[in-house]
Design a protein around this ligand. Structure first.
Ligand code: COA
Length: 276
């Protein structure tokens, strides 16, 4: 068996990982690069890799925030497939997640892969949406002995603060249990697109075109808001998740933020869609 390592993100690891995962597309690769170089302060990420002669052959990673995680980047080089490498790295990173207090880990996949790979690791289907060419699904793996859902233990008082890449697993988890910003889109659909949608929001925030705020009850993220900060003039727009029963403190913080940025008027275009 080739050496199996569990690595935290570090700039020196990035070239080999980029070489392995270059096929993944711009948004996931940009997110990974951010995590490895320059790094995300407070991030709790781990990647299990199989290495041979300085080259990575297989990887699986988890981005973790408290007891929530997102499993991704499960990949084996084509010429090394069918040797149990994906199984090994996935089991290893899942073991790390549970040993460090992880309870719920989510993944987004297609229905051609779920049965073969992920059922065997204890993942169960949470959401499924019709998609072409393959239906998309989100699966969850719940640590042994946990019987609740993540939002069940949210506290009573709400605190609003800035959020970024470090809270990404909590943002993805929120969108599994609460509807997204567009009232026309059913929960299953916003849930299966939560990963790319929220990576896009984070990329916008990094570029300075929006700013994000999260509403927390205890450790739990229960709402997310975004304000466009690149609009010329005195008018901007904002978005709230969930679109119904949004914590009032979050709406107030989003309005305050927009006003502090010099905007006199804030529109919530998604809210108008509820009446279309
Ligand atoms: C899917 C992938 C990671 C599997 O890698 P691998 O190292 O060949 O997998 P393993 O040899 O460890 O196989 C693990 C199990 O998954 C199953 N499996 C592997 N590829 C599969 C596939 N494409 N569809 C369904 N099941 C699959 C195997 O039968 C095996 O089951 P077993 O342990 O009961 O025998 C690899 O084919 C790959 O990188 N594909 C492209 C990227 C991708 O699709 N990643 C998943 C994104 S959600």
């Amino acid at each position: 068996m080739k050496p199996l390592l569990i690595i935290p993100p570090a700039p020196g690891r990035w070239p080999a990982l980029r070489d392995l995962l270059a096929h993944e597309g711009a948004a996931p690769v940009a997110d990974l690069e951010h995590r490895f170089v320059p790094g995300v302060a407070g991030g709790q990420d781990a990647y299990a890799v199989i290495v041979s002669g300085g080259q990575l052959l297989s990887v699986a990673g988890i981005n973790k925030y408290g007891d929530l995680g997102v499993l991704g980047h499960v990949y084996t080089r084509p010429e090394h497939r069918g040797r149990g490498y994906a199984r090994k790295v996935t089991e290893t990173v899942l073991g790390w997640f549970e040993m460090t207090g992880g309870k719920w880990v989510f993944l987004t996949t297609t229905d051609e892969l779920d049965e073969g790979l992920y059922w065997k690791f204890g993942f169960a289907q949470l959401h499924r949406a019709e998609w072409a060419p393959h239906n998309r699904l989100v699966m969850v793996r719940i640590a042994h002995g946990v019987t609740s859902e993540p939002l069940d233990d949210a506290g009573d008082s709400t605190a609003v603060r800035d959020v970024g890449r470090v809270e990404w697993p909590a943002i993805v988890a929120l969108l599994q249990y609460q509807a997204g910003p567009d009232p026309r889109v059913p929960l299953a659909e916003s849930a299966v697109t939560a990963e790319p949608f929220t990576l896009d929001l984070l990329a916008h925030q990094d570029r300075g075109s929006c700013q994000l705020k999260g509403a927390f009850r205890g450790q739990r993220l229960v709402g997310l808001g975004s304000v466009a900060t690149d609009q010329p003039g005195s008018r901007t727009y904002a978005m709230l998740i969930p679109h119904a029963d949004t914590p009032p403190e979050l709406r107030a913080a989003i309005l305050d933020l927009a006003h502090a940025k010099g905007y006199a008027q804030v529109d919530f275009p998604m809210e108008a869609l509820a009446h279309v």
